[in-house]
Write a protein that binds this ligand. Structure first.
Ligand code: F6P
Length: 369
C-alpha cells in the first residue's frame, strides 16, 4: 500500500500553486502509489473535518489536476486567517477570541490516517508547519510567496509573475504620465521586503523606487522630479513598496484584527500627500493590489512550481519529514523547515542590483542634497 499524503495551500495565494499541486499529485500517485488527500482552505480542513468551502477535503487523482498548470489561484482554496495556534472563534458574548486548536489538527491528521502532509506556504505557513512538526505531525514544506522574502530559497514561484504584472503596469503608466506631464506613483506588494518594487522598478525604468529596506526622505524625490522637468521630461514614475517607511517613521498600516496579520495600506498615498504642493506637476496614485496575485503564472513560475511539487513528493517517499524544498544555485535541494523560518530575505541596500539601479540614475529617497 502506498502512503496517504495530505496536501494544503496556506497564506495568500500566488501564481503557480496549482502547478505544485499538479506535480505532487502526478508524481505521488503515478510514481509512488500515494493516495493524495486535498485539504481545503489551508488548515481549515484539518481544524474541522466537515469543513466545506466550496468543495471540502477530497481525494486528488491525476485526473483532478488536469489543465491546472497555467491557472492562477489554488484549486484547494487558501487562507491567511486560520493559524491553528491563534484560531479565532467567538466568546460567550460573541466577541472574537484567539484559541490554540493545534492539538485538534494533529488529532485529525491521525484520524484520517495521513502518513504525512505537504504544506505549501510562505513564512507564516512554514512557521505553523514547524510548530506542528514539533507536535508530531510529519510535514514536508514547499515555499511560495510573491514577496520572495524567504532566505532559504534563491527564489519563490509567484514572484516572477508578480514582477511581470507590476512591470506591465509601469509601462502603461508611462504612456499616460507622459501624455499628461504627471508624476505617477505605483504601489506594489511585498510586505517587509522590497523585491517586487526593486525588480519591477528596474524592468519598468522607474525614476524612483521606495523600499522598506531604505527609509526615504521626500526631498530627493522632489529634486529628481524637478531635474527631469528641467531636462524636458515633465513626467516621472515612482514605485512605492507597500512597506516603505519615511525616515524616522513606520509603515502605513491598518490596525491588526484578531487572527490576522497587520494589513499594510496607504504607503503611496502618504508619499502623494508629502509631495502635494511641492511640485508643479500633478501627482496620481495607482495601487496594484491583488492584481499581482491573480492570473496565469509565468513560464518561469510554472517550471519552478512543478520542480518543487515533484521534489516534495520525492521527500514524502523518502520519509524526509521536516524538510522544505528550495532552489539553490539553479538546483532543487531540501533544507530543514526550521532554517527556512529563521531566515527572512531582504533587499541588500549595498547589493549588485541596487547599485546597478543607482548607477542608472534611479532615486531611492536616501540621496544627500
Ligand atoms: O504575502 C503576500 C501578500 O500578497 C503581501 O505582499 C501582502 O501584503 C499580503 O499578502 C496581502 O494579504 P491579503 O490577501 O490578506 O490582503
Amino acid at each position: 500500500m502506498g502512503k496517504r499524503i495530505g496536501i494544503l495551500t496556506g497564506g495568500g495565494d500566488c501564481p503557480g500553486l496549482n502547478a505544485v499541486i499538479r506535480a505532487a499529485v502526478k508524481v505521488g500517485v503515478e510514481r509512488h502509489g500515494f493516495e493524495v488527500f486535498g485539504i481545503e482552505d489551508a488548515f481549515s480542513g484539518l481544524i474541522d473535518l466537515d469543513y466545506r468551502s466550496p468543495n471540502g477535503n477530497r481525494w486528488l487523482t491525476p485526473r483532478d489536476v488536469r489543465d491546472v498548470l497555467g491557472r492562477g489561484g489554488t484549486l484547494l482554496g487558501t487562507s491567511n486567517r486560520n493559524d491553528p495556534f491563534h484560531f479565532v472563534t467567538k466568546d460567550a458574548e460573541g466577541r472574537p477570541v484567539e484559541r490554540d486548536v493545534s492539538d485538534l489538527v494533529v488529532e485529525h491528521a491521525r484520524a484520517m490516517r495521513l502518513d504525512g502532509l505537504i504544506s505549501i506556504g510562505g513564512d507564516g505557513s512554514m512557521a505553523i508547519s514547524q510548530r506542528l512538526l514539533e507536535k508530531g505531525l510529519p510535514i514536508v514544506g514547499v515555499p511560495k510567496t510573491i514577496d520572495n522574502d524567504l532566505g532559504a530559497t534563491d527564489q519563490t514561484f509567484g514572484f516572477d509573475t508578480a514582477v511581470g504584472i507590476a512591470t506591465e503596469a509601469l509601462d502603461r503608466l508611462r504612456d499616460t504620465a507622459e501624455s499628461h506631464d504627471r508624476v505617477m506613483l505605483l504601489e506594489v506588494m511585498g510586505r517587509d521586503a522590497g523585491f517586487i518594487a526593486l525588480h519591477a522598478g528596474m524592468a519598468g525604468g522607474a525614476d524612483a523606487i521606495l523600499i522598506p529596506e531604505i527609509p526615504y526622505a521626500i526631498e530627493p524625490l522632489v529634486r529628481m522630479v524637478q531635474a527631469r522637468a528641467e531636462a524636458g521630461q515633465k513626467y516621472s514614475l515612482i514605485v512605492v513598496s507597500e512597506g516603505a517607511k519615511p525616515l524616522g517613521g513606520d509603515v502605513s498600516a491598518l490596525g491588526r484584527k484578531p487572527g490576522e496579520m497587520v494589513r499594510l495600506k496607504g504607503a503611496a498615498a502618504r508619499v502623494e500627500a508629502a509631495l502635494e504642493g511641492r511640485l508643479d506637476a500633478e501627482v496620481r496614485v495607482t495601487v496594484l493590489g491583488h492584481l499581482q496575485r491573480g492570473g496565469v503564472p509565468s513560464s518561469f513560475d510554472r517550471i519552478l512550481a512543478s520542480r518543487f511539487g515533484r521534489a516534495a513528493a520525492e521527500l514524502c517517499a523518502q520519509d524526509a519529514w521536516g524538510r522544505m524544498v528550495a532552489l539553490r544555485d539553479g538546483a532543487i535541494v531540501s533544507i530543514p523547515i526550521a532554517d527556512a523560518v529563521a531566515r527572512p530575505r531582504r533587499v541588500d541596500p549595498k547589493g549588485d542590483l541596487l547599485e546597478a539601479a543607482r548607477a542608472l540614475g534611479t532615486v531611492f529617497g536616501d540621496e544627500p542634497a
